[in-house]
Each structure stands twice: as C-alpha cells, then as structure tokens.
Design a protein. Structure first.
Length: 309
C-alpha cells in the first residue's frame, strides 16, 4: 500500500505550517504539500505589524522564519498541485497533477487559503499579469515614478497604497464604498500628497491598445459621473475567494466555498479538518490562521491515535 501518513496537510500558509509543527511534535508522520512557495498570501504583504512578538517585518520574512521552523522539525514537504481528494473512511487519498502522484493519510487538514477576487470588468482579462496585478510588493517596483490605480478600500488596498505612494509618482485609489481599513491607515493614506481617492465608484473598463493605459469608472451617487484616469498599472484588492474547488466532492463547504468546521476544526467528514482562511470565519489574519492550524493538528493527532487503539 506504500507510505501512509498520519496527517497530510494541503497548503503551506501560516495555518498549514503551524499545523505541521504541532502535528510532528505530537509524534505524527506528517506530509505538507503546496504548489507554490510556503507562506500563502502572507508573502504578498509588504508590512506586518500585528503578529505578536514579531515586531515589524515583511510577509516574506515571516514566511521564511515559519518554514525554517517547519524544516528544523523534520517535516516532509513537497511542491505538488493537488487535483483530487477522496474520503475512503479510514484513509484520505490525495492525487496530484505531477505524475499523478498519490498520497494516503489517516487524517487530512485543508489549509489552502484564498485567492484574489477579480472584478470581471471589460479589459481585465487582457491585462492580467501585464498591467493588472494583485501584489504590490511583487510588482510595485516596475512602476517606480509612474502612475498607478489601486482598486479597493479595505486593509490590503490601503496598506499597499501606502507602500506604492513611496515609490510611485501618483496613486489613484478607486473603491466601491468608502475606505474601510483600520482608521490609522486610512488617515495616513488621506494625508499622502500624491494620493487621490475616489469613493463610491464602479469600475467600468480597463483601457489600452499595446499596453494598459487607463481605467474608467462611474460614481454610484445620483450624478453617475463617469471619469477616466490615465495610469501605467493597476493593483486590485477587492477581496478573496476560497481555494476549495478540489474539495467540492467532499460536501464540506458553504455556499461561498469556505470549509465549514466546528471549534475543533473538524469538518462534517470524520478525519478531515480545515484551518486558516479557507474556513468559514469572521477574522482572517495570520495570527488566527496559526491558531486554527494548532487546533486542527491537535484534533487530527487525537483522531489518529484513536484509530490506532
């Protein structure tokens, strides 16, 4: 039957890495899988200032520290893209795209997080990764001393706008509602001399021929004023959607695709747990993802030990 892991974790963000640490310390045989570099959405965050004990650092720096911790404990890790998961009662079977690799485990922890949501406006698909980005820390440098548009008004949008304001000539913030980020961050952004903010707007179109050159948007107020701004790049921060497509067959998700769990991170399927941003929850932060991962690993270890009795 080959190797059977005690706990298999899909997703190496803060929830998945914390789960791996707790599971291996519970004497579980652990496999951690992710198709990308460990860290999840955290690596796209320019500055983290609210992770207890870490002070101020970038998301990439914190991701490296977490993964080094995981490696120091001997957790097995592999870069794999999971394409199918089945529940065979005592065993959970994970099939990957690469060489149709198959892994089996007694317990499964789903920690695949979320992916950025798109607007669906005309022109968006044309300029994806070629003018439109979802990561200022990754792509901001190429717009140094140029004009950019940031779409969104939440924490990510405001924080990344602040970062871009330090390197770009002008930052134009367009949001469907008002700014909804932390009041302090909003105050800082409004004080930036090279930032223009347009609230209560609907994005109509991304324009350009050989390259992205501008964005058109319309006021949601009574006047319905249409504006067009020139820009060299766009950064979208309008929320995220759950990365749960491959788990649909397990019937453990809500109508939004988020994994439903109880206080022990247990899903409705015995031996399958969820952790982090993928779960149906109110607050999605690094610290809450780590908490979820610890609880999920503790519950998974208890489940595996119960199976072996």
């Amino acid at each position: 039957m080959g190797t059977v892991y005690d706990v298999l974790i899909v997703g190496a963000g803060p929830a998945g890495m914390t789960a791996a640490i707790y599971a291996v310390r519970a004497n579980m045989k652990v496999l951690l899988l992710d198709r990308l570099s460990p860290g999840g959405q955290m690596i796209n965050t320019n500055e983290i200032e609210n992770y207890t004990g870490a002070g101020k650092l970038s998301g990439a720096e914190l991701a490296v520290k977490m993964f080094e911790h995981v490696q120091s404990l001997g957790v097995e890790f592999d870069y794999k893209t999971v394409k199918k998961v089945t529940d065979e009662d005592a065993l959970k079977v994970v099939v990957c795209e690469e060489d149709d690799a198959v892994y089996k485990a007694r317990a499964l922890i789903i920690a695949t997080g979320t992916v950025p949501r798109r607007l669906g406006a005309p022109g968006e698909d044309k300029w994806v990764a070629n003018g439109i980005s979802w990561c200022a820390i990754c792509d901001g440098a190429q717009y140094r001393s140029r004009d950019v548009v940031v779409i969104g008004g939440g924490n990510s949008a405001v924080e990344e706008s602040l970062f871009l304001s330090e390197i770009c000539n002008k930052v134009i913030v367009v949001t469907m509602l008002d700014l909804t980020a932390d009041p302090k961050a909003c105050e800082q952004l409004r004080a930036c001399p090279n930032v223009d903010i347009y609230t209560y707007q609907d994005v109509l179109e991304f324009t350009g021929t050989d390259r992205l050159t501008g964005v058109s948007f319309r006021s949601t107020g009574a006047d319905k004023t249409v504006r067009h701004v020139d820009c060299d790049g766009v950064f979208e921060y309008i929320g995220f959607q759950a990365s749960s497509e491959i788990f649909v067959g397990l019937d453990i998700s809500d109508k939004y695709g988020c994994i439903e769990v109880d206080s022990r991170m247990q899903t409705s399927k015995s031996g399958i747990f969820g952790a982090g941003d993928i779960t149906a929850k109110h607050l999605r932060q690094i610290v809450t993802a780590c908490s979820d991962g610890a609880i999920a690993a503790n519950s998974a270890a208890a489940y595996v030990k119960k199976l072996s009795r």
